[in-house]
Design a protein around this ligand. Structure first.
Ligand code: AMP
Ligand code: GLY
Length: 424
């Protein structure tokens, strides 16, 4: 089998490494990949969003199966295009990827099918949006761009001034382009956040181990929102009882709702949940594996990932038993100083061996490239230093021990990943 993985981040590296365990796969290609992925797969320089070039590549290189991972190619219909050529893919079609690509779609879906989420209103007019926020006079107010905005399209306003600024940024200045043509104004929720990724073939849904992201750039959840600065799995907040409630009230109803809308979802469906005092609520859906959630979830998967991916495509997920380790996993992101704003590139990374790894931890590469025989920084999030342990505390200790040995100029990382959860 020849398998093509589309994407270039730490998440894709984790997927590639897991796929390597399957003995029927003899060649893995990653497009575009990165410096560290190149030690595990053949990297081909095609942009993840170039649907036409990716499709041509798959057809002319005898690819047997394609894993489309990032949100933009899914929203652009890459799965539809490649499957139209007769090559099976893991990932939702365009009409199902809309569950992430449009917050207005997903909020309306949840309302229509009674799936618990924050109350909301939709606006395509800046004045009306602001008037509504001011009239509600409930703070903080949550204002979200409808479309994809690199995870940065959610603004939380603490007062009138910030609300004016948020509406202006999204709708008038269009900082996220057309994504801000419409906004969702949403009720503010409180409680621990949990990410649950789930495999689905459109008929059954199999949640993976729960995880928890740390989105803010700095310790104590301060600073700007990022793509994610670190993760732990499982989340100690996600009890079997809560899992059962989520299955009944959120996961199964979502699969059924997408089917009822003629938008059957196949692939990895990501539930961003908040465990509020009134029960679990959906904060957001993603149509794909999370990054860096994948980096802590897949190391705990005991079953074969490729078999599961094929079953999601074939509609045979019901026949599979999926087994998980009872250990814990932690991932600490080493980022470039300045991320998520301006940062430098091209710094030498210390502490890695020839394969971009380091003993005692698994190093998932995100923004790296090879140059002059070295690994160099090449993005905001550079590496995900990951370790499995008997419990969360042990996993975190091992991961941070790795962080102490691997680094680069101007490196920034959070020292408190999983901190509050160690002793729960
Ligand atoms: P999203 O991209 O929709 O996941 O939002 C990014 C982050 O903003 C979430 O992870 C939450 O921390 C926060 N957030 C989004 N919506 C709400 C809400 N309704 N109430 C409180 N926090 C929210
Ligand atoms: N870590 C959150 C995401 O992948 O969107």
């Amino acid at each position: 089998m020849r398998v093509l993985v589309v994407g270039s981040g730490g998440r894709e590296h984790a997927i590639v490494r897991k796929l390597k365990e399957n003995k029927t796969i003899d060649h893995i290609i990653c497009a575009p990949g990165n410096g560290g992925i190149a030690a595990d797969a053949e990297c081909v320089d095609i942009k993840a969003t170039d649907v036409e070039a990716m499709t041509d590549y798959a057809v002319s290189n005898d690819i047997d199966f394609v894993v489309v991972t990032p949100d933009d190619p899914l929203a652009l219909g890459m799965v539809d295009a490649i499957e139209a050529k007769g090559i099976p893919c893991f990932g939702p079609r365009k009409n199902a990827a809309v569950i992430e690509a449009s917050k207005v779609f997903s909020k309306n879906l949840m309302k229509k099918y009674g799936i618990p989420t924050a109350g909301y209103e939709v606006f395509d007019d800046a004045e009306k949006a602001l008037a509504y926020v001011l009239e509600q006079n409930r703070w903080p107010a949550v204002i979200k761009a409808d479309g994809l905005a690199l995870g940065k399209g959610v603004l939380i306003a603490q007062n009138e001034e910030e609300a004016r600024e948020a509406v202006k940024e999204l709708m008038i200045d269009q900082s996220f382009g057309e994504a801000g043509n419409r906004v969702v104004v949403e009720e503010f929720m409180t409680g621990p956040e949990v990410s649950v990724l789930a495999f689905t073939d459109g008929k059954v849904i199999r949640p993976m181990i729960s995880s928890m992201d740390h989105k803010r750039a700095n310790d104590n959840d301060e600073g700007l929102n990022t793509g994610g600065m670190g993760t732990i799995a499982p989340s100690p907040f996600y009890t079997p009882e809560i899992a059962e409630t989520c299955m009944r009230e959120i996961f199964l109803p979502t699969v059924a709702a997408m089917n009822a809308e003629g938008r059957t979802f196949q692939g990895c469906l990501y539930f961003g949940l908040m465990l509020t005092p009134n029960g679990p609520r959906v904060v957001e859906y993603n149509c794909r594996f999370g990054d860096p959630e994948t980096q802590v979830v897949l190391p705990l998967l005991k079953s074969d990932l490729f078999t599961i991916m094929q079953a999601c495509h074939d509609g045979t997920l019901e026949d599979l038993d999926i087994e998980w380790s009872d250990q814990a996993c932690a991932c600490v992101i080493e980022a470039s100083g300045g991320y998520p704003q301006k940062y430098g590139r091209g710094y030498e990374i210390f502490g890695l061996d020839e394969n971009g790894q380091c003993e005692g931890v698994t190093v998932y590469h995100a923004g790296t490239r090879r140059g002059n025989g070295m690994y160099l920084t090449n993005g905001g999030r550079v590496l995900g230093i990951t370790a499995v342990g008997r419990n969360l505390s042990e996993a975190l200790d091992k991961a941070y021990e790795g962080v102490n040995r691997i680094g680069f100029k101007d490196m920034h990382y959070r020292t408190d990943i999983g901190g509050k959860l160690r002793d729960l």
